[in-house]
Every structure is written in structure tokens, then in C-alpha cells.
Design a protein around this ligand. Structure first.
Ligand code: TYD
Ligand code: MG
Length: 464
């Protein structure tokens, strides 16, 4: 007879302890340790089946891999690496209310329109609510198979009979439940067991399963990281409630690149693709203001222009504040130190606020030069020239370093009507000509002090 024992599992990090605690000793989170019942496996004394021998095969197979199913939403297909891979599992994470259900209903409808069989299982909304949403999205006529269910055993029974299915959406994995596990839906044990079962079915049934997962406040998928390594791809849907646009970002993808983003705009009729994000991010830019510089960035394979804003406020005596939105605060500290020691820009009695306008999160070191330009521009109250973009990495000795894909960045800048770019000086051995678009003036700089010098008044002294 299998015996049930009790153990305590942290819902944030998955650590198991024999005793309950208010605070997880492994990850330090409060109130995350919960009781779980485990049914003990029969001990070694019990009769066990010997394993069957597995067959090994060579790398060069004869079978063609099945083709990907392109969904037809370009922004989504690109992040997936070209469409859905049969027998794969994708996790779509994001804050509640960010638009995951909307995106997946639209994707399901689009795929169903191309004649594929698509099933949508919701554990959060009733059939009527989903129908209402479908009507709002203008996809009510598409032939999706819809179900409201939370019992994975029932779902499995239904899916085993559903032949030729291309996509199954499970919205959300935290509402799913298996009676074999004696804990509530949304706990680590349930999420893990339900996902395992659904993923196993996807592998056997040749369809792609998309699991929707809500994230917790600290950004980890609730029920938590255990899911990330079980699936083939992890996509995060992010954005600011204050902003209309949403970004779909791949953080793991066994079948594609992980730095791709898809940009969408939330409208009255659901999510609309944004094929040209630069125009969106720069839409509210006002020229001729000190402290603003346009960064020619790269998100995956796509160049994206964003505005970097810096605000400096004097703070004599106190310890200066550094506040960053959309960029790495450690990187800002480094850049401020470089500006101070290598270019003489004293900011130790100044609060520095940095913002990537529009809510985008920039991770590229290539943004250094644009950030430095925004700070220098704010420090000397001298606006950057309105038609100028910036890109380049800044090293600790103040040198400005080359970054990848300069040509793609320049091309995007020219496309959006910019007429000049400040970029790293090409080193002597790089003898390949930089193919800059016609009419784009290139200003190459080798050291951060050259950049600061452009904003400094003739006297060379700083106003602040
Ligand atoms: P939803 O997809 O339900 O979020 P999630 O599944 O991630 O929890 O998105 C809900 C939000 O999207 C809600 O605040 C309303 C908004 N929304 C629109 O603005 N337009 C629309 O057409 C739809 C369907 C939703
Ligand atoms: Mg939802």
C-alpha cells in the first residue's frame, strides 16, 4: 500500500523541506512554503519491472522533420523562430491582464482560418466570456474547438481522441488540476504534474501545446521555474499598463533565437501588430530638449530606435540618487564613473534619472553612447541635434567600442528620416567599408571625452 507523507515545498524556488517555515531558507522569500502530500513510491523491496533496452540510432536520419506551422501573425511567428514546431511545448508568461489570452485567442483563430485544427482550453473564463471576447476581436467565425475545463485527466482523454490537431492552448496552467496530486491548483506540484502530462501528450500527439502562465510580482513564473526547463520555448509578454504597446520576448527557444521581440499594440479590437516599432517608440519625442538622445538599437534581428532621456537635478550635500527605468542601473553607475574620471563630468552632487521612453527595456551595451550623450546633453543644457542617432559601447578607459550590425542600425535611422549618426571610430584593421545609406552623415568618435566636448560650452566648464 502506498503511503502518503507530508512535505513542505517553497512555491517560489521549489526547495523541499521537512518542516514548515515562514520564510524559505533557500531563496529567502516569505510565505511561500506550502504543505504538499506525496504518495511514496513502493520501496526497493517491492517487485519492480526490469527496464527495456533502448535502441540507439545515428545522427543522420532519413525522415524529414515535419514543417513548422506558421500562425500568420508575423510578430509572433518571428519570436517563435518561424512558427509552431509540431510536438513542442511553449510557455507564454506575463502579468495578469497584460493580454496573453487575447494574443493566444487571436493566434488560435488565425491558425484555424488556415484550415488547421486548433483547440483552446480555458480554466479561467467561461465559454460565454470567451465567445464575447472572440466577437470583440472579430474572430467569432473561426473554427476553434473551445472548452472550459480544469481537470487535466479530462483534457487528456479528449486530446487523445482529437486527431490531426496542430495547436492546443491551455489558459492557464495555474488553473489546471490533477486528482492524483493532493494540493491546490497553482502549487508547484500541480503545475509540474499537469505540465508534464500535457507536454507528454503533445510529444506523442504531434501537436504544439501552448501553456499560459501568470507571473508573480518578482517576475518569476508562479509555480515557478520548474516549468521553464520542461518546455521547448519560453516567451514573456510584457508591457506597461500605462502604454498601449506590448512586447513578446523569447527568453528560451530550442528552435530559434532568443533575442527576438515581437511588438504589438493593444487596441479596442485586440492586439495589432507593429511592424515598425521605431516609429511607435519615437512618436512622442519632442525635439530640441536637453537630455534626450536617440539610440539606434537592435532587438534580435531587428533594428529599433528608441529615445533615451536623462534628467539631472542638483543635490548638494546629500547622497545623490540614481534612478533608472528600462536600463541596467549597474551599467549607469559604471558609465557615470567613466564620464567623471575620463571626461571630467562631475555628477557626484547631482541626482541622475534615466528613462528609456516608451517603456522598452534595453539590454545592449551599445546603448552606452546614447546614454552618455543624453547625460552630457542634460549636464550642459545643450540639446542633441534632432536628426542624430547614437550607438556604441563605452569601455572603462573611456574608449568607444565597435558594436555589431552598424549597417542595419544606420539603415533604420535613414529610413526614419534621421540624417546623422554618432558611432564608434573604425579601427585601422577593419578595412571593410561601412556601407552607410546616402545622405547620412557619420560622426565617428574614439573616446567619451570627444562626445562630452561636443556639448560643453567653449569655456569647458559645466553649468551645474
Ligand atoms: P487578457 O488577454 O485577458 O490578459 P491575460 O490573459 O494576460 O490576463 O487581457 C485583458 C486586458 O486587455 C484587459 O485589461 C482589457 C484589454 N483588452 C483590450 O484593450 N482590447 C481588447 O480587444 C481585449 C480583448 C482586451
Ligand atoms: Mg487570461
Amino acid at each position: 500500500m502506498a503511503k502518503a507523507t507530508i512535505r513542505y515545498v517553497c512555491q517560489a524556488c521549489g526547495a523541499v523541506t521537512p518542516k514548515w517555515a515562514g520564510r524559505c531558507e533557500t531563496c529567502g522569500e516569505w510565505n511561500t512554503v506550502e504543505e504538499e502530500a506525496v504518495v511514496a513510491r513502493p520501496g526497493p523491496a517491492a517487485k519492480q519491472q526490469p527496464g527495456r533496452s533502448i535502441a540507439f540510432v545515428g545522427l543522420a536520419g532519413t525522415a524529414e522533420p515535419p514543417p513548422r506551422a506558421a500562425i500568420g501573425i508575423a510578430e509572433l511567428d518571428r519570436v517563435l523562430g518561424g512558427g509552431l514546431v509540431p510536438s513542442s511545448a511553449v510557455l507564454v508568461g506575463g502579468d495578469p491582464g497584460i493580454g496573453k489570452s487575447t494574443l493566444l485567442l487571436q493566434a488560435a483563430a488565425k491558425l484555424a482560418r488556415s484550415g488547421k485544427r486548433v483547440l483552446y482550453v480555458s480554466g479561467e473564463e467561461s465559454i460565454d466570456q470567451i465567445r464575447l471576447r472572440a466577437r470583440r476581436l472579430g474572430v467569432a467565425d473561426s473554427a476553434i474547438g473551445l472548452a472550459a475545463a480544469i481537470n487535466v485527466r479530462d483534457i487528456v482523454a479528449a486530446l487523445e481522441q482529437a486527431q490531426d490537431t496542430t495547436l492546443v492552448v491551455i489558459d492557464s496552467i495555474q488553473t489546471m488540476w490533477m486528482d492524483a496530486i493532493d494540493s491546490a491548483p497553482g502549487t508547484v506540484a500541480q503545475v509540474r504534474a499537469c505540465s508534464f502530462e500535457l507536454i507528454r501528450l503533445a510529444k506523442a500527439g504531434n501537436f504544439a501545446v501552448v501553456l499560459v502562465g501568470h507571473v508573480t510580482k518578482d517576475g518569476a513564473l508562479a509555480g515557478p521555474r520548474v516549468l521553464e526547463h520542461m518546455v521547448d520555448a519560453v516567451l514573456y509578454f510584457e508591457g506597461d499598463r500605462g502604454h498601449q504597446f506590448r512586447i513578446l520576448r523569447a527568453v528560451k527557444n530550442r528552435f530559434g533565437a532568443t533575442d527576438e521581440i515581437g511588438v504589438f499594440e493593444m487596441t479596442d479590437a485586440g492586439l495589432a501588430e507593429v511592424p515598425n516599432p521605431s516609429a511607435l517608440f519615437l512618436a512622442e519625442r519632442r525635439g530640441n530638449i536637453a537630455g534626450s538622445a536617440v539610440f539606434a538599437g537592435l532587438e534580435g534581428t531587428r533594428p529599433v530606435l528608441v529615445e533615451v532621456q536623462a534628467l539631472l537635478a542638483p543635490n548638494p550635500g546629500g547622497s545623490p540618487r540614481r534612478s533608472v527605468i528600462g536600463w541596467d542601473s549597474g551599467r549607469l553607475s559604471m558609465l557615470l564613473a567613466v564620464l567623471e574620471t575620463r571626461a571630467g563630468l562631475r555628477l557626484n552632487q547631482t541626482d541622475v534619472y534615466l528613462n528609456i521612453a516608451g517603456g522598452l527595456r534595453v539590454t545592449e551595451p551599445a546603448a552606452d553612447l546614447a546614454v552618455a550623450a543624453a547625460i552630457a546633453s542634460a549636464a550642459f543644457e545643450a540639446p542633441t541635434s534632432p536628426g542624430m542617432v547614437y550607438f556604441g559601447e563605452v569601455g572603462l578607459s573611456g574608449e568607444v567600442r565597435q558594436v555589431a550590425q552598424a549597417e542595419a542600425r544606420l539603415k533604420e535611422a535613414a529610413k526614419l528620416g534621421f540624417d546623422a549618426a554618432t558611432l564608434p571610430r573604425r579601427v585601422a584593421h577593419g578595412n571593410r567599408r561601412l556601407a552607410a545609406p546616402d545622405g547620412l552623415r557619420l560622426e565617428e568618435i574614439g573616446h567619451i571625452s570627444d562626445l562630452v566636448g561636443r556639448f560643453a560650452p567653449e569655456s569647458g566648464t559645466k553649468k551645474l
